[in-house]
Design a protein around this ligand. Structure first.
Ligand SMILES: Nc1ncnc2c1ncn2[C@@H]1O[C@H](COP(=O)(O)OP(=O)(O)OP(=O)(O)O)[C@@H](O)[C@H]1O
Ligand SMILES: [Mg+2]
Length: 372
């Protein structure tokens, strides 16, 4: 029997739950040429949502370029990927015609090298490509999509946009200028690391300030997730009563990735019915498997960070600088706690949910509970 849950990479089809409202909003904006910024912490389901919205737009004949910024080594690689994706876009007019690659190249003011993977061309620029030339290619792709927008939706999606300045400090400004110059093209930017995304798009004076509508993804509601877990268990040939589904969410939630991870383990351990005991066993097993990597991760932290992490495991707080929490950490004062907390948040080991600071990964938190 195949385990019906999936975690770690984007999900689609039956493995995708809920998000009807967000999906509709995103797809509609893509169709209408409106720019959108999708933000959420890691593993909330940004890429899954994007992929689904893209599939909807493409099914109706829209043209979409989608690039993962983290996969781009440098600006030349971003330009190469954008050009290759523009050529391959279903709603575009190139990929369907043999020999179209030569015509496509004439539309770029900087010539790429072209290699073929079967019938599909790949356009590549040398790593030594000057930044201005890469900008020209990106602009050319934008201009091509502006033309396509006359016939249907034309969308440029950049996932993991929080990393864009790693490959070019000027790129946020470039995309702002291009989005302004080509209004019919919908630019969709998605990213995690809230503070980085805010520096890029939300703060006053940010390079992309006022460019796009914000779509901040929250976690999925508990009832939607519980129904989903039960449905998937059944699809895999086992039953899961509501208390077991609820226990999965209590122990691993609220992040959908972690919920699916624990459900995966529990389903794997269970007989014909997934029980609360299986869920608890699944958590214990995962923590056991990961124990050595958790120990390494914990050991590599500065002493102050370890103390704050341990204190947060015992008592998540909305007042980390209050005297009782500071005393609990054993650190000298609130500014030492602030420094440690900032580092922990930067490493995404601690997140703020609502107003409360918590250990981000529930499995790591369970391991911490065991060692303190
Ligand atoms: N709509 C959903 N329904 C069910 N599970 C989901 C959903 N969205 C995300 N998940 C769970 O979260 C995992 C990660 O999803 P995804 O890669 O889309 O998130 P992400 O926010 O893009 O993550 P990252 O920040 O790492 O890029 C999936 O493998 C799945 O377990
Ligand atoms: Mg993603």
């Amino acid at each position: 029997m195949t385990n019906p849950y999936h975690y770690g990479t984007p999900v689609s089809g039956d493995q995708f739950a809920g998000r009807e409202v967000e999906l509709k909003a995103l797809e509609q904006r893509m169709r209408d040429g409106i720019n959108v910024v999708v933000t959420a912490p890691r593993r909330y389901g940004k890429t899954s949502l994007l992929t689904r919205a893209i599939a909807g737009v493409v099914a109706d004949g829209g043209a979409v370029v989608s690039v993962n910024v983290l996969a781009c080594r440098d600006i030349s690689s971003l330009a190469s990927r954008m050009a290759t994706a523009a050529y391959a876009a279903k709603g575009g007019r190139w990929h369907r015609v043999r020999q179209a690659a030569a015509e496509f190249v004439t539309r770029l003011r900087v010539s790429p090298t072209v290699t073929f993977d079967g019938d599909a061309p790949r356009f590549a620029f040398a790593a030594s490509l000057a930044a201005e030339d890469a900008d020209t290619v990106i602009e050319d792709v934008y201009a091509l999509f502006d033309e396509l927008a006359a016939r249907g939706p034309a969308v440029i999606v950049l996932d993991e946009f929080q990393s864009i300045t790693d490959i070019g400090q000027h790129l946020p400004g470039l995309f702002k200028a291009l989005a302004d110059a080509y209004p019919p093209v919908s630019l969709v930017l998605a990213g995690s690391r809230q503070h980085l995304m805010e520096q890029l798009v939300a703060d006053r004076g940010a390079p992309l300030y006022g460019l796009a509508e914000r779509l901040a993804l929250d976690v999925l509601p508990v009832d939607v997730m519980a129904d989903f877990l039960r449905r998937r268990a059944a699809a895999g040939g086992k039953s899961m009563a509501l208390p077991a589904a609820t226990r999965v969410i209590e122990l691993a939630g609220p992040v959908p990735n972690d919920i699916q991870h624990l459900a995966y383990e529990a389903w794997g351990m269970a007989g014909r019915a997934v029980t609360v005991a299986d869920v608890e066993g699944g958590l214990a097993l995962t923590v056991e498997h990961e124990a050595s990597s958790y120990a390494d991760r914990f050991g590599s932290l500065a002493a102050g960070q370890r103390r704050v992490l341990v204190a947060l495991t015992a008592s998540p707080t909305h007042e980390p600088y209050g005297s009782s929490f500071v005393r609990g950490t054993g650190l000298a004062n609130a500014s030492s706690v602030a420094r440690a907390l900032e580092a922990l948040q930067g490493a995404e080991l601690v997140v703020r949910r609502g107003t409360t600071y918590v250990v981000a990964d529930p499995f790591f938190a369970a391991w911490l509970t065991r060692i303190v």
